[in-house]
Design a binder for this molecule. Structure first.
Ligand SMILES: [Zn+2]
Ligand SMILES: [Zn+2]
Length: 327
């Protein structure tokens, strides 16, 4: 099978011809039909996440068709369409797994990081972490739901019943979260990198009441700020824009260092927290909700062979929406 392979951090991916993987007892062999490119993939390529298997096939927003099953796999039939997310395996026995926090499992393994992912023609996945995809969605359109959608949804859930949400970093996750937030009757403001008028227009087209530079103060204080850009300096900026008792939720896996800030912007019961990974419950809830909300994804499709170009476009901030690789 063709695959795009990461052989070492800070190197471009290389095209490789590999033997087809074999499904283990509880695994599915999946013919990949689309795999979205996530900011996390860039963090792995750039060496900012320190524990990848190498060589590695990136990609954790996979849509594909089941072509073979391990002898103990029973949840799906040959020919079924499934989605595969970032959380690829958990132990089921640690205190986090037993306590409903499998996203924090001590031994969790992640797709396209410690398990080969979807930048390839074929992949294998533990059937427990595969999900049915609503027929309403095409393959390319569905791919960004698997991480931008799922982890975006988990991040939005941390906003509780906030009415006015600020979204920092208006890319793949934000454009999905914005649609769910509107459906829930929330208002939202969008913050982009300074001068990114195209992203601000994109946010307004999805219902942002106000969109502007992340360095400017919003017209009214936020109930909750959600940060999707990997920029630590946004944490104090968002705190300063948030009302008393509000919260700043960081939705990304990696961020540059957070600069020091005066205690008075945290004072008055403001909180800062992160969101890590996802649970199967997040996936089931969000994948049922998305077609009801009518969530649409903005995508740019690339041939699998052009994975490096897709990563570069994401790095440059040239995409409003999600890059999706098609084998
Ligand atoms: Zn991701
Ligand atoms: Zn566990």
């Amino acid at each position: 099978m063709h695959a795009q392979l990461l052989t070492a951090a800070r190197r471009s991916l290389v095209a490789a011809e590999l033997p087809a993987p074999h499904p283990g007892p509880a695994q599915l062999l999946i013919a990949v039909r689309a795999c979205a490119v996530c900011r996390t993939d860039l963090h792995v390529v750039d060496g900012e996440l320190g524990d990848p298997k190498l060589p590695l096939i990136l990609g954790h927003e996979i849509i594909g068709t089941v072509v073979e099953k391990g002898e103990a796999a029973e949840r799906f039939a040959i020919g079924d369409r499934v989605g595969v997310p970032w959380l690829g395996w958990t132990c089921g026995i640690c205190e986090y797994c037993r306590g409903g926090q499998e996203n924090l499992c001590d031994r969790a393994r992640f797709t396209g990081y410690q398990i080969d992912g979807g930048y390839a023609e074929l992949t294998v996945a533990d059937e427990r972490y595969c999900f049915a995809i609503d027929p309403h969605y095409g393959d390319v359109e569905a791919a960004p739901l698997m991480c931008a959608g799922l982890i975006g949804y988990r991040t939005l859930r941390m906003a509780g019943d906030a009415r006015l949400v600020g979204i920092y970093g208006f890319g793949a996750a934000a454009h999905i979260v914005a649609q769910v937030a509107r459906h829930q009757g929330r208002r939202f403001f969008a913050f982009t990198r300074p001068g990114d008028v195209a992203a601000q227009d994109f946010a307004r087209s999805l219902g942002a009441e106000w969109a502007g530079d992340s360095t400017t103060a919003p017209p009214e204080p936020l109930d909750v700020a959600l940060i999707f850009a990997p920029v630590g300096a946004l944490v104090p900026a968002a705190l300063a824009a948030t009302r008393k008792g509000g919260a700043v939720v960081c939705g990304g896996i990696h961020m540059s260092d957070i600069p020091s800030f005066p205690y008075r912007i945290l004072w008055e019961e403001r909180a800062v927290r992160s969101v890590a990974n996802l649970t199967r419950r997040d996936a089931e809830e969000f994948l049922a909700l998305a077609p009801k909300v009518g969530v649409r994804t903005e995508t740019v499709a690339y041939p699998l062979a052009e994975a490096n170009r897709a990563l570069d476009d994401l790095r440059r901030g040239a995409l409003h929406g999600a890059a999706v690789l098609v084998p």
